[in-house]
Design a protein around this ligand. Structure first.
Ligand SMILES: [Zn+2]
Length: 474
């Protein structure tokens, strides 16, 4: 028995996919770690104890795809995620400095890692070699991302496409440098759709890759969305080096930015087209006024979606530079991607995600619980997709499990209400009944990023990105 506990969680139903534990037991926490699991822990030796009768206790929820930088999402995302029970999150665009600054000034006590986007500079965009980045430049950009504290890089092909050759080179170079790499599929040859996804797997050429938000490639842009979903799952089944997530929300996320009357993001153009609007600034404005395009706006410290005249005015006020959402994800597709398994019983899409943070759709925990209520997932399967498998994907070895020695990251769910009611990060309570009480946060970086990350004066954890995205066993 441990000598003392800072906190004991008493009488909750513990769901731990890693040890296959599903039983009512207590959890003892000390110094940021789980130190004991068992019946009737001695709460007289605890500084604090919480009765969790009737509640479900799962390893701290990890969201592998969020946006909380000044570029995309912004700082309210930190509180928005924590209020939904998320404990650890990976920002998918950076820049790292902005992510760390937001954690420092507006943090909600969470554990935060980030990737740095590889896009083209403005000058390159103007040049005739559009979409191309030289070999040396790719190497430098990845090295710089790691040195600045990111775990690696994100390729934003679906929005800002590169050539297939440049894309393949980035994935190869990431592997060589021991860097994490994620890809929103699409190149100048394909798009953010099923063809882009098929191409992405080819371009990865057996190298580890995080293929972002599979739902984006199953929106019916190439053929029937149900057929696309089936084909997307077939593609993933054969690819043991590809890790993926999907989000469970009707809204996508993209940019409303226009220059010289033209929409910059390919995704936004496609949304206008499928909504029956012209693919330019005029068409986008009309889509917003009509209530099809939704604009992200900060209200009361949180980001919300506004549309119609209010959305249109805000988009104009901000010179079109806003985050936007369109209702393009079909519910049956969301459910199939969330639950599909291969013949060994493993989930084909590895993890739940939100692509949220500051984009208001942090609904993954609620909707995972909905899927349990519907009988689509068992409670243990839900915990696997919300945390355990995600931790393996991200190479976070001390997370994703409720076992002795693991980080004391815990999310408590209220199955009656259908949402998270308590969040604990490294033994500290950061959320109670949806109210965020955590501050600051812990930065997750690699050995190469430690020096820069230290400058922020926040606690940090070191992991090895080369151990993320391990080859899957079938
Ligand atoms: Zn994203």
């Amino acid at each position: 028995m441990a000598d003392a506990y800072s906190l004991v969680l008493v009488g909750g139903r513990i769901l731990d996919p890693k040890t296959n534990r599903d039983e009512v037991v207590d959890i003892g926490i000390f110094d940021g770690k789980i130190v004991e699991i068992g019946r009737n822990l001695d709460t007289s030796r605890a500084e604090d104890a919480i009765d969790l009768s009737g509640k479900w206790v799962i390893p701290g929820v990890i969201d592998p795809h969020v946006h909380i930088s000044s570029w995309i999402g912004e700082y309210p995302g930190l509180r928005m995620m924590a209020s939904e029970g998320v404990i650890t999150a990976l920002d998918m665009a950076g820049p790292p400095e902005s992510v760390w600054k937001n954690v420092k000034e507006h943090g909600s006590g969470m554990h935060i890692a980030c990737l740095d986007a590889i896009t083209q500079g403005d000058q390159e965009e103007e040049s005739p070699s559009k979409g191309r980045i030289g070999e040396k430049s790719i190497g430098r950009r990845i090295a710089s991302a790691l040195e600045r504290g990111a775990l690696g890089v994100k390729i934003l092909g679906g929005h800002y496409p590169l050539t297939p050759e440049t894309t393949a080179r980035i994935i190869r170079e990431a592997k060589r440098q021991g860097s994490y790499v994620a890809f929103h599929a699409g190149t100048i040859r394909t798009g953010s759709n099923l063809e882009g996804m098929r191409e992405a797997i080819q371009l990865s050429d057996g190298n580890p890759l995080h293929l972002a938000h599979i739902n984006s490639y199953c929106r019916g842009y190439v053929k029937d969305p149900h057929l696309e979903t089936y084909e997307a799952l077939q593609l993933l089944k054969g690819a043991s080096h590809i890790w993926s997530e999907s989000y469970v929300n009707v809204f996508n996320g993209t940019s409303g930015k226009c220059t010289n009357g033209q929409i910059l993001s390919q995704v936004t153009r496609t949304c206008c087209r499928v909504g029956g609007y012209s693919e330019d600034e005029v068409g986008l404005g009309k889509a917003i006024r009509d209530g099809f395009g939704h604009v992200t706006k900060m209200k009361g410290g949180m980001n919300v979606l506004v549309t119609g005249e209010e959305g249109y005015r805000y988009w104009k006020e901000r010179g079109t530079d806003v985050t936007m959402s369109f209702p393009v994800n079909l519910l049956p597709v969301q459910i199939v991607l969330a639950s599909a398994k291969d013949s060994n019983g493993s989930f084909i899409v590895d993890a739940f995600s939100t692509d949220g943070g500051g984009i208001p759709r942090n609904t993954m925990v609620r909707h995972a619980l909905d899927l349990v209520r519907l009988g689509v997932l068992s409670p243990l399967e839900m915990a696997q997709k919300l945390s355990t498998r995600t931790a393996i994907m991200l190479g976070l070895k001390s997370k994703g499990t409720l076992s002795v020695g693991a980080d004391a990251d815990v999310t408590v769910l209220d199955p009656q209400v259908g949402r998270a009611c308590l969040g604990i990060a490294g033994g500290q309570i950061i959320m109670v009944e949806g109210r965020v009480v955590g501050r600051g946060g812990t930065l997750i970086t690699s050995a190469k990023g430690v020096e820069k990350v230290k400058e922020w004066g926040l606690p940090f954890q070191i992991m090895d990105p080369a151990e993320a995205l391990p080859r899957k066993q079938f």
